[in-house]
Design a protein around this ligand. Sequence first.
Ligand code: SF4
Length: 447
Amino acid sequence: MRRLLLVNPVNPRRKGLTVNPAGVLPPLGLGIVAALTGGDWKVEILDEHFERFEFRPADLVGLTAFTNAAPRAYAIAEAFRRRGVPTVMGGIHASVCPEEALRHVDAVAIGEAESTWPRILEDVERGDLQPVYREDPERRTPISGARHDLFHPRYLLGAVQTARGCPMDCEFCSVTAFNGHRYRRREVDAVLDELARTPRRHLYLVDDNIYGHGSGARERALALFEGMVRRGLRKEWLCQASVNFADHDDVLAMAARAGCRMVFLGLEAEGAEALQDANKRLNLRHLGRYEEIFRKFHAHGIAVLGGFIYGMESDTPETLERRTRFIQRSGVDAVQMSVMTPLPGTRLYRRLEEQGRLLHTRYPDDWARYDMTEVVFRPARMRAEELRRAYAEGARATYAPASIGRRYLASVRATGDLTAAWWAYASNFNYLCAGTERLLQRALSTS
Ligand code: SF4
C-alpha cells in the first residue's frame, strides 16, 4: 500500500490569527483530498498546528497553504524533493501563484481539488505526473465531504462546508478568485450525513454565507437547519453569514434550534465611504442598522462575532478612531480586527501593485507578512505607521481584559445563553492571544 502524506504548514512567525491552536480550524481542504483518495493509499495528515514538520517517508506528498504559510510549504516541499518524493501543492495560494509554486514543488493543482486530485492520482499511479492540473471553472465537480477521522484530535472545532462561491465582488476578497462567483450548494442530505459523521460536537460551518444567495436561499437554509433538528444531531456551531441573515426571523429561529450559537459577520466598517471603497454592497444596504441586526441575533440566543478591517482606502487616523469607538459601543459580542491585506489573486492586490503601493515584495519570503495583522501596503490617506498605530490602539481598546470581561457580561444579558456568551468570550480571548499586544508594543516603540 502506498503512502500519501498531506501537509498543513504553519507560518513559523506564528503571528496573527494562527497563533493559538484553540482559534484555528482543521485543514478542511486536506480532509477533502483524503476523501477523494482511493483505498490503495494510506493517507496521513501532518499538521504543523500541533507538530513541527520532520521528514518522514512517503510515496506522494500533498500540501496546501494560505498565502502567509506559502514560504513554509515551499521549504517542506523541498525537503521531500531532495529525497526524490513527488510533491503536489494545491489550495488558494498555489492556485493564484502557480509559477511561483512550481519553483518549489513538482506539480500544482489550480482550482478545487474535486476536479484536479483524481487526475493527479491517476497520473502518479502511471508514473506520469504533470506540472500543472487546472480545473475548468465552467465545469466544476460537486463539492465533496471530508475525512474527519484524519484531523488532529486536539482541534476544538470540526469544520464542514455546505456551499461555495459568492456572487458579490468585494475588492479585497480572495473567495471569488478561488471558488468563483457562482454560488453552488451541496445536497442537504449529503451535508447532514457529513455532520452526523463528524466526531466533534462543536463545529464551524465554514461557508462564507450560511444563509446563501439567490432564489431558494431561504428554503435551503430552512431545510438544512430543520434536517439537523429532525436527525437529532445535537451539534453546537458557529457559522459565517452576511448581514441580511438577520432579515429572516424564522430562519434564525430554526438555526438556533439546530445549534447555532454564534455567527461571524464581515462588517468591515461602520461608514459608507469605507464600505464603498471595498465594494461591500450588502453592508451598504444595511448601513446604520448594525446595532439592530445584533439585537435580532441576540433575540435568538446567538452571539455575533464582527469582523472589522483597518486600512480601507478612505481611512485616516480619525476614521479609525471612530471605528474603534463604534466597536466598543455597538453591542457586538466578539471582534475580529484585521489590517487590510492585499492577498494575491484579488482585485485589490492588482490595483495596489499597479499603483506601486506594495511595501514588501521579496516573494515568496514576504508572503509570511501577509497574515492580516501587518501593514504590507502604503495607505492612501495616512502613513503606514499611522495605520499600524491606529490598529494597535484599536486592539488595545477591544481586547483589554476589562473590555473582554464587560463584553462577556453584556453577551450573557443580551443572548440569555451562556454557551453563546462563552463562545464570544473565548473568541475575544483568542484574538487577545493573537499577538495584538505585541503589535501595540511595536507600534508604540516605532512611533
Ligand atoms: S467578502 Fe464575503 S460577500 Fe464579499 S466577495 Fe468575499 S465572500 Fe463574498
